[in-house]
Ligand binder design. Structure first.
Ligand code: FAD
Length: 374
């Protein structure tokens, strides 16, 4: 059996690793556009930018591991087209047949023309090269303008302040992270960054004038799933590649996982596309199970984490389009802190900050009645 994986990110790497762990000894090929072996991205906006770790720490496995496990990783190889009927694909180097095809092409940063045309050095953050370039720009006294008060923008802000840079964050919404966290908890993130000396400019779109003095501009305004390949092949695509609970696309020999997969989620009862590290791993494992014929629906609820200054946070669940009625919290933000987003007297999402012993409790609280208020 030949399994071909398009994309050498965490999701693609996890499929190959899981197939080997579960005893598959067929041919596995990873076609990876980047010139690197598979690596994880979270350190690129955290430990690498802080100078605590080098980019090498981000590799999923070293070269010897891939060799010993007989997984062929073809770096610098971009898939250009897929012929679903013939079960072959064309890369920049050759043609490749498959029996199972796994699409794991990930996301790319949304561009902002205003920044690109600002005449200032502009950075986006997705790859090792991006992270190293930003790290170089974060020097003592440098004026760093960050556009976007989402996770990437705020993590870069924290690293920049750590380096002694003067940091301005421009966010069009009234608060950073407002869409994900709602005003109650988003306000705490705004306070945290202001307490660390970040100039947060909220509620107005960034202008060219705002950037004129910046030594470097970092744009973090979200990502777009890389679905062009799937779409051109004729797979069903709608805000990501549409997949069922087993990660199967509209073609029975093709799976899609990670940032590009818009999954019919068996527990949430709706479609969801998740752009998080844990989802890349979980769907990679589930895709391997589907290939091996042991149907194991991917049922895990979304989970993500962030580190900013001394704050480490985990978030479980998903509020979704129906929103929430109220937020219940306990503890102090900055110290040990817990929050529950509640709809119809049921927890739909939960988070802990600096309260690591609470991880399991918070994870398990999703879908349950809220705990007694403290
Ligand atoms: C800086 C940064 C920090 C992050 N921090 C966190 C965090 O703290 N917590 C969290 O939960 N999540 C975080 N994330 C998100 C997480 O990294 C992503 O959800 C995860 O990388 C998705 O994995 P993936 O394998 O689906 O896609 P990707 O990691 O994007 O990998 C896809 C790969 O496919 C390749 N590719 C694309 N098209 C082709 C083609 N045609 N042919 C061959 N190869 C192709 C791409 O070059 C890329 O290498 C972060 C992301 C970034 C960028």
């Amino acid at each position: 059996m030949t399994v071909v994986i398009v994309g050498g990110g965490l999701a693609g790497a996890t499929v190959a690793q899981t197939l080997r762990e579960r005893g598959d000894d067929g041919e596995i090929v990873i076609l990876a556009a980047e010139p690197h072996l598979p690596y994880e991205r979270p350190p690129l906006s955290k430990a690498v930018l802080l100078g605590d770790k080098g980019v090498d720490s981000a590799y999923v496995h070293d070269e010897a591991w891939w060799r010993e496990h007989d997984v062929e990783v073809r770096t610098g190889t971009e898939v250009q087209s897929i012929d679903l009927a013939a079960r072959t694909l064309v890369t920049n180097a050759s043609e490749q047949p498959y029996e199972w095809l796994v699409l794991a092409t990930g996301s790319e940063p949304r561009r902002l023309r205003l920044a690109d045309e600002s005449g200032r050095p502009v950075h986006y953050l997705r790859t090792m090269e991006d992270s190293l370039a930003i790290k170089e720009a974060l020097t003592d006294g440098a004026r760093i303008s960050i556009i976007g008060g989402g996770w990437i923008g705020l993590e870069v802000a924290a690293a920049a302040r750590n380096a002694g840079s003067a940091v301005t964050v421009h966010e069009g919404a009234e608060l950073p992270l407002l869409a994900v966290l709602g005003p109650e908890v988003a306000q705490s993130f705004a306070d945290l960054h202001r307490a660390h000396g970040v100039d947060l400019r909220l509620g107005a779109p960034v202008t060219a004038d705002d950037l004129s003095e910046a030594d470097a501009v970092v744009v973090g305004i979200g990502v777009t799933p890389r679905t062009a390949l799937a779409e051109a092949a004729g797979l069903e695509v709608d805000n990501g590649v549409l997949v069922d609970e087993l990660l199967r696309t509209s073609d029975p020999h093709v799976l899609a996982i990670g940032d590009i997969a818009n999954q019919q989620h068996p527990v949430l009862g709706r479609r969801i596309r998740v752009e998080h590290w844990d989802n890349a791993i979980g769907q990679g494992k589930a895709a391997a199970a589907t290939i091996l014929g042991s149907a194991e629906p991917y049922t895990k609820l979304p989970y993500f984490f962030t580190d900013q200054y001394d704050l480490g946070m985990e978030y479980f669940g998903n509020v979704g389009p129906d929103g929430y009625d109220r937020v219940q919290t306990s503890g102090d933000f900055g110290g040990a802190f817990r929050a529950w987003w509640i709809r119809d007297d049921t927890v739909v999402a939960a988070m802990q900050a600096n309260d690591w012993d609470a991880s399991d409790v918070m994870r398990n609280s999703v879908g349950q009645a809220p705990p007694p208020a403290s």
